[in-house]
Design a protein around this ligand. Sequence first.
Ligand SMILES: *Cc1c(COP(=O)(O)O)cnc(C)c1O
Length: 455
Amino acid sequence: MSDHATDSWEARAAAHSFYGFTDMPTIHDRGTIVVTHGEGPYVVDTNGRRYLDANSGLWNMVAGFDHPTLIEAAKAQYDRFPGYHAFFGRMSDQTVMLSERLADLAPFDGARVFYTNSGSEANDTLVKMLWFLAGAERNPGRRKILTRWGGYHGVTAVSASMTGKPYNSIFGLPLSGFLHLTCPHYWREGREGESEADFTARLAQELEDTIAREGADTIAAFVAEPVIGAGGVIPPPEGYFQAVEPILRRHGIPLVSDEVICGFGRTGAVWGAETYGFMPDAIISSKALTAGFFPMGAVILGPDLADRLGRAVEEIEEFPHGFTASGHPVGCAVALAAIDLIADGGLLDNVRRQTPRFEAGLAALAEHRNIGEWRGKGLMGALEAVQNKATRTPFASDLSVSERIANTCTDHGLICRPLGQSIVLCPPFTMTDAQMDEMFDKLSTALDTVFAEVA
Ligand SMILES: *Cc1c(COP(=O)(O)O)cnc(C)c1O
């Protein structure tokens, strides 16, 4: 730390900022990258260095960092009406229009939308809705939430309890009643000689057994990401949602799709549920909803939950929940513009156009002798580093291989994310062929460098 000049941006950041989700040894070694602005998919730091951000910021800046249409939408709305709430029977016209647009876009008819400021709050809100319903429908025991190990649903006390990550134990989480099923990662969790279809069947049986053990009437919902994102980009095994959906239906347990990453085009369709052919009872949305230009999340309720909650609220006369900035008019105006850009303005088309190039790039990098697996869907992908490809033995964790790869990429002007032993890529939807090639060339060089050091 001490070798940074005391007035440098790095030192100023370190002096008074409390870091979240940051590897402190890396910060002590390398200092903070302080970013001033962006140009398309690139960000620029205080030293004038440019980085291709292969993670779209945090999966969210899908239109790049300076899209004029989104900037214009925000400016225009700030001029018109810079802020309002959605309490007490009042809400902005932009909020009304965004709910209509989301209801149009939803895979089900009769959607109703509730706004938050983040994905974590959207998951929290969903759980509170289900708990409210359990109380109002006089089934107060129906409170348990099923998710999967490796699933990421946020950081508030409830959404962190849904998240299946070992780091939550130091907080004394999960809260009771949050149950985690096996991570649906065939390459890592599949047993010796088990086919992918058998793996899927085993996971479905685990769900059946869990419901039988806990009692169907104690379970409020099963919440899943179509593709697990922050758990390391893990697409479901073949037939997974087709196996799980009928079990949940049979037991009357809502299937909630956490589309915070997958929603709005990441997997090559508007919804991940569409990509994997299942019908959710509710959708959790955030991140690409505003293309990252405004903090916003949303719970999009399907018709059954919307009707039941609606009735419960009529009876009790109020749903006592909401955030000061829920349905913020600037956020809603930006989201309307972002959705237009994605759905009608060519961004989703470009995801589809670039997916073969993206997959080919990942497959080529998986030829490295220390890459055990590549996986992905649409424009989200991961490469898993292994010490031994044949036995799938990971590198010793104290080698910090994925951090070293990411740091070497940073030195070459590429930002990508280390996640466990994998490197994650989820570039903006605006990527050109040349930017794709730059991303893979830089990552390939970094893999060569680091594997030569550690192998
Ligand atoms: C990021 C994320 C969240 C949490 O969203 P925040 O806005 O960071 O609170 C929830 N679910 C998924 C799938 C996410 O990727």
